[in-house]
Ligand binder design. Structure first.
Ligand code: HEC
Ligand code: HEC
Ligand code: HEC
Ligand code: HEC
Ligand code: HEC
Ligand code: HEC
Ligand code: HEC
Ligand code: HEC
Ligand code: HEC
Length: 350
């Protein structure tokens, strides 16, 4: 028989029995929950908090089972609550605390460096919830990309409201791919204040990574039939050159487009709508006339450009380059022949 000749069947059998044992352990763990649920499974179980408000102590067994932690025992998270003794004596603040980091070390380590941990002192549950945490890929998860408008908006309602109406927010909620959500620009567990040079939205990064991560990515721009031109032309502009040179007063993408309320130039509410440009530029160019802000901003010097202006500047640039090459080339050629002549003249004659 084949299995007699080939001893490799031992390995799968070993794994199977281990899995079986593990499953049994899971069973006992879940069995343990019944003790806690004998009280907390009761929908009417409540207590009064410090301010005298009634709070529910009900935990849905069904809900927890359907969550990503469905295999966990109550006491895996509530490590300081071994039994029902708290039912009579009340529960201490420290005992209520759940240490998610015991199992999610990486997330916690990063989170400890964030403004949310250091300044706001919020806990994991503020974004993730408690007993109904879903896998990341589940559209019902509190941290699913479209749900972040509510989850983060709970505390940042102004930013969230503006963003929902922006060209990015509208695309995102319509389920179109490659539109940013809060965490695309800000990161997740390591969010820092915008004044921190390490912040993903620090002003020195906005025109280098925050916006160009998409607007300079050929793959994304091709899909939405816009171009990488805004980024390339920005780098060639007065603003881009001085920004990259370290001038903190220069304009970056957000100075002209806004941040959470970015709209297309055809939208009258857009900061770059022709009727609002004078105001937008006027923040830094107080004497800006209507004409000052009329010129196209994102133009490249390109002979294949979209209009006469771009083509003309493109040709001027080419002629300029030819002239430079001709002059420098001519000069070098002259110097070389001069040197050659002198070397030959200096050679001792027999
Ligand atoms: C005999 C009923 C009973 C059992 C069994 C029981 N609890 Fe409780 N639990 C209560 C009551 C009553 C309170 C409110 C205590 C108070 O007034 O602070 C409470 C409070 C809590 C709280 C704090 C709620 C809050 O935010 O103040 C947690 C967490 C908790 N229980 C978890 C558990 C876990 C885990 C188990 C199983 C190991 C368990 N309980 C078993 C009755 C019970
Ligand atoms: C994935 C971890 C996790 C598991 C598993 C878990 N809990 Fe909780 N539970 C939490 C967190 C986090 C809180 C909020 C604690 C706080 O106030 O900071 C909480 C709060 C509670 C509260 C207070 C009321 C509320 O809903 O906020 C009760 C009661 C409770 N848990 C009971 C249970 C019982 C009973 C089980 C098992 C059937 C269980 N928990 C399983 C994480 C968990
Ligand atoms: C400010 C909101 C916020 C807080 C607070 C927060 N998270 Fe998250 N967390 C998220 C978001 C958003 C995602 C989804 C990331 C994604 O989809 O790529 C996430 C993903 C996760 C994941 C999946 C793996 C990963 O890192 O991508 C784990 C595990 C996790 N968080 C645990 C924690 C723990 C533990 C804490 C507390 C120490 C915590 N989170 C605090 C927002 C938060
Ligand atoms: C006893 C260990 C344990 C504790 C405590 C625990 N978790 Fe988990 N958590 C897990 C395991 C195991 C998974 C499943 C990992 C997987 O399937 O990739 C998970 C999955 C997750 C996920 C989904 C990750 C994904 O990739 O979809 C999030 C989010 C999460 N946990 C957040 C939390 C938060 C927030 C807390 C505290 C309230 C917490 N966890 C407490 C063990 C734990
Ligand atoms: C396209 C990138 C992008 C997206 C998407 C985005 N932000 Fe921002 N956010 C920024 C930038 C850039 C800044 C810094 C603005 C500045 O320096 O003036 C910022 C600043 C902030 C601030 C600090 C505001 C202040 O004035 O203190 C908060 C809070 C914030 N964002 C929350 C959110 C939330 C919540 C979402 C999702 C609803 C979100 N952001 C989506 C880029 C983004
Ligand atoms: C429970 C409330 C709460 C939730 C939920 C929350 N935040 Fe915050 N967030 C705060 C508080 C409070 C601060 C700190 C404000 C301060 O003191 O500077 C803060 C700070 C920030 C900052 C830094 C602002 C600055 O000064 O530049 C950003 C960015 C931010 N949050 C984004 C987010 C995003 C994105 C999410 C969702 C993934 C989120 N927050 C979820 C409460 C929250
Ligand atoms: C995750 C990728 C991503 C990031 C990051 C991003 N964008 Fe966009 N942006 C898009 C997509 C996709 C569209 C197309 C929107 C649509 O048509 O639905 C768009 C549209 C726009 C538009 C309108 C274009 C038009 O033709 O109407 C402007 C302006 C814009 N973005 C500016 C910015 C600025 C400024 C930033 C940085 C603060 C930024 N974007 C960050 C993906 C991104
Ligand atoms: C000095 C102001 C200014 C700066 C800085 C700037 N833009 Fe623009 N942007 C404009 C104006 C005005 C338009 C309208 C069309 C034009 O003039 O080319 C525009 C158009 C756009 C468009 C096409 C949207 C539309 O509706 O036509 C995108 C996308 C864009 N900019 C992205 C960016 C990105 C990304 C950056 C940073 C790398 C940036 N812009 C920097 C002012 C600016
Ligand atoms: C955040 C501030 C800021 C905004 C907003 C801004 N600029 Fe500027 N701009 C500057 C600075 C600083 C310089 C000087 C850069 C250098 O040459 O070193 C400059 C230089 C210029 C120059 C070349 C020098 C000059 O003064 O003639 C032009 C043209 C210009 N900006 C046009 C605009 C237009 C048009 C807008 C609006 C669409 C605009 N700027 C918005 C800060 C800004």
């Amino acid at each position: 028989m084949i299995w007699r000749k080939n001893k490799n069947w031992m390995l799968p059998l070993g794994i199977l029995s281990l899995l079986f044992l593990y499953g049994m352990m899971g069973e006992t763990a879940r069995g343990d929950n019944s003790k806690c649920l004998s009280c907390h499974g009761n929908e009417n179980l409540t207590k009064k908090d410090a301010r005298g408000n009634k709070i529910s102590l009900f935990v849905s067994e069904e809900g927890l089972k359907k969550s990503i932690h469905g295999e966990n025992a109550c006491t895996d998270c509530h490590t300081r609550i071994p039994d029902e003794s708290h039912a009579k004596t009340g529960i201490k603040d420290a005992d209520r605390k759940v240490d998610c980091g015991a199992c999610h070390e990486e997330s916690e380590k990063l989170f400890k460096t964030s403004v949310h941990s250091l300044k706001a002192e919020i806990a994991c549950k503020e974004c993730h919830g408690t007993h109904s945490i879903k896998p990341l890929s589940d559209p019902k998860s509190a941290t699913f990309q479209t749900n972040l408008l509510q989850t983060c908006g709970e505390c940042h309602s102004e930013e969230s409201k503006q963003f929902a109406e922006s060209v990015h927010g509208v695309g995102l909620t319509r389920g179109r791919p490659n539109h940013p959500t809060c965490t695309t620009c800000h990161g997740t567990h390591g969010i820092r204040p915008r004044s921190d040079p390490e912040s993903a939205v620090h002003e020195r990064k906005i025109a280098i990574t925050t916006c160009p991560q998409c607007h300079a990515a050929e793959r994304i721009t091709r899909e939405y039939r816009f171009t990488t031109k805004p980024v390339k032309s920005y780098y060639d502009s007065f603003h881009g050159l001085s920004y990259r040179g370290g001038d903190t007063f220069s304009a970056n993408c957000a100075s002209c487009h806004g941040v959470h309320d970015i709209r297309s130039s055809s939208d009258p509410k857009s900061m770059i709508h022709k009727d609002r440009l004078q105001k937008t530029c006027g923040v830094c160019h107080p004497k800006a006339s209507v004409n000052f802000s009329k010129g196209k901003i994102h133009t490249l010097a390109d002979i294949r450009g979209v209009d006469f202006g771009e083509k003309a500047v493109g040709w001027v640039r080419i002629v300029y380059i030819i002239l430079i090459v001709a002059v420098i080339g001519g000069l070098s050629f002259f110097n070389f022949t001069d040197w050659l002549r002198k070397t030959i003249e200096r050679r001792p004659k027999d």
